[in-house]
Design a protein around this ligand. Sequence first.
Ligand SMILES: [Zn+2]
Length: 118
Amino acid sequence: MEKISIILKKSKALTCPKCGQGAMFNGIVSLKNSCPNCSFIYKIGNKGWTGPALINSTATVVLVLFSTLVGLLVLRGNYAKFVVAGAILLGISLNFLLYRYAHSFWIYLLYFSKMDKV
Ligand SMILES: [Zn+2]
């Protein structure tokens, strides 16, 4: 559990897990094949998208459900249609906002899990 919090902190930087220097992305959404600094390969297995997609979807669903429940409880059922509309907008936004961080978290997770086996 302690390692997960370390991985979460480090992966926020969106840099290489091996050297901590090379950027992971070209622009906003294009993941580089490897680190420009140390050549660590970022795209591992299945072209590297299934794990991040699972993380992104799970985080989005949890955050949207939580915020919807809080919104409905705070407003006591009034303005329910606005809470639902806000939840839909939040869900769409989070999918885009978390995209890079989900990729980074997944790559860090793979990197640190392989380091345990060595
Ligand atoms: Zn690197």
